[in-house]
Design a binder for this molecule. Structure first.
Ligand code: 73E
Length: 829
């Protein structure tokens, strides 16, 4: 603190030398300086956006000071570096997070008070960098926070999308997408790194020549065009440790701003066309779509950022005068799903074609460099590239992949003689129908370690999806259960809860979340439980205020807040939740349910723009909301709200206010889930299936503090094999019948029988995700949760134990495991 040179400042009439640039005075003066010099306005003419920007710049200055010292110490100690390659980094707003990690929030608040601003209002001006779709991208952001906090030298590498995830509007119950112009007013959190610019080639053909001396074949790629990669760095500050790591995102630009020769011939449009085509590579974030269209561009994105990143590592490696043969000793590259797995072929190309290392040594280095994290078992999400697209874009890489495959299959033929079916399954090239490059197979073959993201998921990978590979390389497989950063998801999201925890536990839990166990001492303390309940009600009040302001809807803070926020997907089963609410509606209408405690059902999440079914699920939720909200018999008991445009910042408002956390995916389908962990830390009790991280949450919190329902993964597999008939469940359950009949007959939708017909038909005839099979048991678990909620002491006890036992789900724990089992980095240096 305060070692940085002091700033001499003029604020209107007073000139004060700030002794400590982290004090309220220092911050106020720096704010006024940035208002003049960076924003260029007299402070009295500034608007809230200007004020946010001035504040962001002064906070960034303070992060930069720590950055310089961190970089210097990395270079000095020649540390091993983790490179986290990810197509998505869903960071969320920076300002308050950076202040929290630097420890200057109180000073900043004081400075704002003196200037008559509200820090939270000003922070609300920050456009959220939505460079991710959901869990996978958010996980990358949590891991950056934890790596820096644990002082792991790390670089995050990804794409600087000009347009992030679309903004969602709900119009008449339907999702409408709008483009996300997050860079419109500039981004104070990034710094272009001109020295790091790279060039990435595409297309063309390959040629071979003979080396005159050795007679060996030399491969040469003659590309059709190249694209420039410009690096933008975002500093990632650790929690109160003066460490700052780098997130390096690549922007695609044309090699020359336009072709002068064409321009001189008078063809201006032709001259800028190349520029526009190159720049589309980093234009927009891909939503996970099933459509074929756009595949080529997505592959270009993947190769573009992966190649830039590996070239950057080689550049830095040489800058430090390290021998290229030692590449794997210096760099540990983690592949966040298969999106960057083309990196395996790219590193082979760099090592063999450019560095002229022999194949065997290059392969040893490559395998020792990469680790692969798998995030999904859904077959439609396993990346496969049609061979013609792949070969035309990356003609050299397809040759390299063929060679990797030839050698690999030779090994497998020796290991599993005669087992031709197995060889075909394991091949890097799929031959069923159109030929394809199988990226998961490439990722497993080219990595030293492969991990799933929760215990069950890692087991299913070994038993099913990657079974052949597990049998070939059993030691390569491991598990690292996901985690989330308690700094953003507890401390930033819920300051009153943080204050309460600090009061009784001290602050050790900030970086050792297992210390929350100390809360268990209060589990029978009636006074404390009462405090706990009041705090929870206040959280609900704050969310209520926000919803009143933004949606003009009033919520009842005494009602149970029952929340499902996540991407909209059939396997996550938001429709199961909606059907259950319709069940409650029917039972209230018939007079069967009388003393139901009031409930507020909150939904949030985006559907992929081309995913028609998911969009229909949103419409269903909104239709149910309208139905129960208008009916005088139900409107005080049930309230259903779809909160539009779910995001990181909206999540920060929602998690602290939840009583019940909906984790109701079909068992075996959610690889991990991470929202469940954010709810748990904030004291929500889960209702869920034995799926993903739910299993470990229930293990930690105890079965009596988790509302379990539904078929297990083995039961689902069995039903699938035996031939699942959803209609049997419909026929057996009177409540389910009433709900499905009502939906079909238009009873819930003002007589409209058409809108939900496809959904009803699908659920009764196909129901890939076992909604019908799990309906009754879900309703049973829900009613149990409702009963216990009425006993507020019992509920508070469960809630408190959820927070107390959430220690395992800190991303600090996950990163420790990556360091130990995958990256081989010693944290007790
Ligand atoms: O279960 C989540 C998991 O918690 C999983 O569905 C998600 O990753 C989270 C973090 O491990 C995930 N996202 C994707 N695949 N799995 C994905 C696939 C394609 C494009 C974008 C994201």
């Amino acid at each position: 603190h305060g070692q940085q040179p002091s700033e001499t400042e003029t604020s209107g009439t007073t000139a004060i030398a700030a002794q400590d640039n982290r004090s309220a005075d220092g911050i106020r003066l720096a704010f006024l300086r940035h208002m003049r010099r960076t924003i260029g306005k007299p402070v009295e003419f500034s608007n809230t956006l200007d004020q946010y920007r001035a504040m962001a710049h002064l906070v960034r200055d303070r992060v930069m000071d720590d950055w310089i010292t961190t970089v210097e110490s990395y270079v000095q100690h020649n540390v091993r570096v983790v490179c986290y390659l990810s197509a998505e980094f869903l960071l969320g707003p920076h300002l308050l997070n950076a202040m929290l990690n630097l420890g200057i929030t109180d000073s900043a608040e004081k400075a704002c008070d003196e200037l008559h601003y509200s820090l939270t209002q000003l922070a609300d001006e920050e456009p959220e960098p939505g460079l991710g779709n959901g869990g996978l991208g958010r996980l990358a952001a949590c891991y950056m926070d934890s790596m820096t906090t644990l002082e792991v030298p790390a670089v995050g590498y990804g794409l600087r999308y000009e347009f992030g995830i679309f903004r969602q509007e709900i119009r008449d119950g339907w999702q409408v997408e709008h483009s996300d112009k997050w860079l419109e007013y500039g981004n104070p959190w990034e710094i272009p790194a001109s020295e790091a610019t790279q060039h990435v080639s595409f297309g063309g053909h390959t040629e071979t020549t003979k080396d005159e001396k050795t007679g060996e074949l030399i491969w040469k790629w003659v590309p059709a065009f190249t694209v420039k990669g410009v690096a933008y760095d975002t500093p990632i500050p650790g929690y109160r440790n003066k460490q700052v790591n780098r997130l390096r995102l690549w922007k695609a630009e044309a090699e020359d701003s336009f072709d002068l020769e064409i321009f001189n011939r008078g063809d201006y449009m032709g001259a800028v066309r190349d520029k526009m085509e190159s720049e589309t590579i980093s234009k927009v974030l891909y939503p996970p779509d099933e459509t074929e269209q756009g595949k080529r561009l997505r592959l270009m994105q993947q190769y573009f950022f992966t190649s830039c990143s590996l070239q950057d590592m080689v550049r830095l490696h040489k800058l430090q005068k390290l021998p290229i043969e030692k590449f794997a000793d210096k760099w540990s590259v983690q592949l966040n799903d298969t999106h960057p797995s083309i990196g395996i072929a790219e590193l082979m190309r760099i090592l063999t074609d450019e560095e002229e290392i022999g194949w065997d040594e290059a392969w040893t280095i490559t395998q020792a460099t990469f680790g692969y994290t798998n995030h999904t078992l859904l077959p439609e999400a396993l990346e496969k590239w049609p061979l013609p697209i792949f070969a035309s874009l990356l003609p050299r890489h397809i040759e390299i992949i063929y060679e990797i495959n030839r050698r690999f299959l030779k090994d497998m033929q020796a290991k599993f003689p005669g087992d031709t079916a197995r060889w075909a399954r394991m091949s890097l090239i799929g031959e069923d129908g159109e030929k394809q490059v199988r990226m998961a197979n490439l990722a497993v073959v080219g990595s030293k370690m492969v991990n799933g993201v929760a215990k069950l998921h890692s087991e299913l990978l070994k038993e099913d999806t990657l079974k052949d590979f597990y049998e070939a390389f059993p030691n390569r497989f491991t598990n690292v259960t996901n985690g989330v950063t308690p700094r953003r998801w507890l401390m930033l999201a819920d300051p009153p809860l943080t204050a309460l925890l600090n009061e009784v536990l001290g602050t050790a839990w900030h970086t050792d979340l297992y210390a929350l166990r100390g809360l268990e001492d209060y589990v029978d303390d009636a006074g404390f439980l009462d405090k706990w309940r009041k705090r929870q009600e206040e959280s609900k009040g704050r969310l209520g205020d926000f919803i009143k302001r933004s949606m003009d809807v009033s919520l009842n803070p005494a009602s149970m807040f029952d929340v499902q926020v996540k991407r909209i997907h059939e396997y996550k089963r938001q429709h199961l939740n909606a059907l259950h609410i319709l069940g409650l509606y029917c039972r209230i209408k018939s007079g069967e349910l009388k003393d139901l405690p009031p409930r507020t059902f909150l939904f949030g999440g985006k559907a992929a723009p081309s995913y028609t079914y998911a969009k229909l699920m949103i419409k269903l939720v909104c239709t149910v909301g309208e139905l129960v909200g208008k009916d005088p018999q139900t409107k005080d008991l049930l309230r259903v709200l779809f909160v539009p445009d779910y995001s990181v910042s909206l999540g920060q408002r929602i998690y602290p206010a939840a009583d019940l956390s909906e984790q109701i995916s079909t068992a075996g389908k959610e690889a991990s889930g991470t929202g469940c962990m954010k709810f748990m830390m904030n004291g929500a009790v889960a209702i869920g299936t034995l799926d993903g991280a739910n299993i470990e949450i229930r293990e930690e919190v105890g079965e009596e503090n988790f509302f379990l329902f539904g078929l297990t993964a083995p039961q689902i597999a069995e039903k699938q094999k035996a031939g699942y008939r959803p209609r049997d469940f419909y026929e057996k359950s009177p409540l389910l019948r009433e709900v499905m009949d009502g939906l079909r007959d238009g009873r819930f939708s003002n007589g409209d029988r058409d809108t939900f017909a496809p959904l009803v038909r699908d659920l009764l005839e196909v129901d890939r995700y076992f909604v019908m099979a799990d309906f009754d048991d879900y309703a049973r678990a829900q009613s149990e949760a409702g009963k216990i909620f009425c006993d507020s002491k019992k509920w508070s006890r469960m809630s408190l134990l959820n927070t107390a036992r959430s220690g395992k789900f800190s991303s600090d724990r996950s990163i420790r495991e990556y360091c130990q089992n995958i990256w081989k980095i010693n944290l007790d240096r």
